[in-house]
Design a protein around this ligand. Structure first.
Ligand SMILES: O=C(O)CCC(=O)C(=O)O
Length: 263
């Protein structure tokens, strides 16, 4: 299936026509539709489909990691001690990374990339991304449409370095948008930028469902149906803080700056 087909097959079955209104988004969450072209999307889909997929440790999604550092699912931490993931793909840097910097969305090129692949009913449980990844996270959607559910965390724990799975997923169909629950519809080629309150004060999740139904703020019932050939890739780009004196180069290799070798 190419990118055009994926887009078409998802939207035909999508009864909800637009994402939540901008004013309803959690503070610090931005959506930039059409961040890349359809041709560029296709190039990235081909690049990642040819990459090495691995299980996510819970026998659910398939994932790829790039940039040198590796996220440990069990510890919910990023490890820079053993640099085992491949360097950032050049194509990703030129099509997305460099644009993020030149548009002022991030100050420097992200140095860790996670690619999640969702097929069938696959989703991701409610979580707040590890603090190891810094204050701004960007994610580019490729392929099919997704619904991302944000839920306000009643008392965000700002002290822990990692906040995984802090809210159990609600029963599918029970989701009702409110001041504390927001459903964001992610169209392919949309860039999502998460910072500020949306980064630490809300969990996010993708419901595990072939048909996800929810009630919007006007009381209207909405649904997202996944077609048989559903396939979505989320390319999440983040920064990994390194010990002082270390820098991540654009190829993902860690370098020790002069005078720091003994540290
Ligand atoms: O699929 C998405 O858009 C979200 C991915 C995500 O939450 C994550 O990788 O932590």
């Amino acid at each position: 299936m190419d990118a055009k087909e994926a887009n078409a097959s998802s939207s035909i079955r999508l009864s909800a026509s637009s994402s939540s209104s901008m004013s309803a988004l959690p503070r610090g969450l931005r959506l930039l539709p059409g961040f890349i072209s359809a041709t560029e999307e296709q190039q990235l889909l081909e690049l990642f489909e040819a990459g090495q997929w691995q299980g996510d440790g819970q026998k659910q999604r398939q994932v790829q990691q790039y940039g040198g550092a590796v996220y440990d699912y069990k510890a919910h931490r990023v490890s820079t001690a053993t640099t085992t993931s491949p360097p950032l793909p050049r194509l990703l840097v030129s099509l997305v990374g460099d644009r993020l910097v030149s548009a002022g969305i991030v100050e420097r090129l992200p140095d860790h990339v996670f690619v999640n692949k969702y097929v069938h009913h696959q989703g991701i449980a409610a979580h707040v991304d590890s603090r190891d990844f810094g204050g701004t996270i960007v994610s580019l959607s490729l392929g099919s449409v997704a619904a991302l559910v944000y839920r306000r965390v009643p008392q965000p724990d700002i002290t822990t370095s990692s906040l995984p799975l802090s809210a159990p997923p609600a029963a599918v169909g029970d989701v009702r948008e409110s001041d504390d629950t927001v459903v964001v519809q992610l169209e392919p080629r949309t860039l999502l930028v998460m910072s500020d309150e949306s980064r630490y004060g809300w969990t996010h999740e993708i419901p595990f469902a072939k048909v996800f139904r929810w009630t919007d703020r006007s009381g209207q019932r909405r649904e997202l149906r996944r077609p048989r050939d559903y396939r979505r890739l989320a390319v999440t780009m983040r920064h990994v803080p390194l010990p002082s004196g270390h820098e991540m180069t654009r190829t993902g290799a860690e370098q020790v700056t002069e005078g720091d070798e003994a540290a």
